[in-house]
Ligand binder design. Structure first.
Ligand code: GDP
Ligand code: MN
Length: 378
């Protein structure tokens, strides 16, 4: 789950990272009032779950409160990478000498939280990786020991030659690790970490993504979820208890079990088709879940065919067949549907589907071939 910059900054402050103050507002008038209270130049920053807001025009320096109001009215309602802005952060502007990058993610290969730091901050770190990989230093942290003092120094010394700046940075790096672990994060990033002419090191941007599986024991963080900032299909899937990921293809897949869902996508690709999604409806044959799954799949305009692939173990195929029919009656579906069911009560299931005029298969190979063919013909 992504959280907003202002929320990540709260987490950062709570572990002691120096972060300028800020106030979140949702109207130009409130922006003006906040700018008046801070006095001087402020930054007006779009609060959306997207990087590169600066490039998209979502970060503006306002010299006076009237400008802050104008920029807020431009930025509120703006579309940034497909996300609409309904809140802006007003924060006093800092004087910047240098911009560095500090980030930590769960690295699956290293099986550990892994830091990446670079003196080339303020820009997309992926770009630094491509163009100047030597400007990045990486370090994985052994979770048994946590971050050790020399490790924080080693990273900080890569950013700054000046020992005063390096000393501030190593504290911030250790604090970022604290924030990362205590928040159950899978990613935390300061970009840029700035130095000021007065010789201070500060975090002026903050990004954080929380591991969904950590949320149940952190209700205060779970509350930070902003459903207006996620694709509606993902909200709907989560609320219906479905595991869904949108992809770029045109074969809509509805499968029970994550392993079978992956195998289905592989087979679609094997027959030179393109899956439109990963969707695991889980072990239940609850028609409500099937309805939700179909609504999500059909809301993707790229989908040309719907492919069900159900393996009935504890789930009974006849229950699923009834669920599919009930679902199709509830929502209008123009798209061709092909269904493969095998396992417990498959004979009854095939009868039910055939009676309803639906084409059903027991062979996974055949049904996938058929689905790819229909997608190609559409
Ligand atoms: P992002 O584009 O979404 O990563 O948003 P950032 O918060 O990182 O802001 C983008 C850029 O705007 C930064 O790299 C800075 O160059 C600039 N910027 C942001 N805040 C300030 C500030 O307080 N003072 C100054 N001078 N520039 C700022
Ligand atoms: Mn940034």
């Amino acid at each position: 789950m992504d959280i907003h910059e202002y929320q990540a900054k709260e987490r950062f402050r709570s572990v002691g990272i120096p972060v300028p103050p800020g106030r979140v507002v949702s109207t130009p008038e409130e922006a003006e009032v906040a700018a008046e209270e801070y006095g001087g130049t402020v930054v007006v920053k779009a609060q959306v779950h997207s990087g590169g807001r600066g490039k998209a025009g979502g970060v503006k320096l306002a010299e006076d409160p009237a400008k802050a109001r104008d920029y807020a009215s431009q930025i509120l309602g703006m579309d940034i990478n497909g996300l609409s802005v309904d809140k802006v952060l007003i924060t006093p502007a800092e004087d910047i000498d240098t911009e560095a990058y500090v980030g930590v993610v769960i690295d699956r290969k290293a099986q550990a939280a892994t830091f990446m730091v670079s003196p080339e901050g303020g820009i997309d770190i992926e770009e630094v990786k491509r163009t100047n990989p030597k400007a990045i230093r990486k370090l994985s942290i052994d979770p048994r020991y946590g971050m050790l003092p020399h490790q924080a120094y080693w990273l900080a010394n890569f950013l700054y030659d000046d020992p005063n700046l390096a000393d501030q940075a190593r504290k911030i790096i250790a604090q970022l690790y604290d924030a990362f672990v205590s928040s159950g994060a899978e990613m935390a990033e300061i970009n840029p970490l700035i130095t000021t002419p007065a010789g201070e090191v500060k975090a002026i941007d903050a990004k954080m993504s929380i591991d969904d599986s950590e949320l149940f024991r952190r209700p205060d963080i779970a509350e930070m979820r902003d459903t207006s900032s996620e694709p509606p299909s993902e909200t709907k899937a989560r609320e219906a208890g479905l595991s869904y990921h949108k992809l770029d293809g045109d074969v809509g897949c509805c499968v029970n079990g994550a392993g079978l869902a992956m195998a289905t996508m592989d087979l679609v690709a094997h027959y030179e088709g393109n899956p439109a999604n990963f969707l695991d409806i889980g072990g239940s044959s609850n028609p409500d879940k099937v309805v939700a799954a179909l609504e999500i799949i059909t809301s993707d305009p790229n989908v040309k065919v719907i492919l069900f692939n159900i393996f009935g173990g504890i789930t009974r195929c006849d229950d699923v067949a009834n669920g599919i029919i009930e679902a199709i009656e509830k929502i209008d579906i123009e798209l061709p549907i092909v269904i493969r069911l095998t396992g417990t009560n498959e004979d009854r299931a095939l009868e039910i589907l055939e009676d309803a005029g639906l084409s059903a298969y027991t062979s996974m190979d055949e049904v996938v071939k058929k689905a790819v063919e229909l997608a190609g013909a559409a």
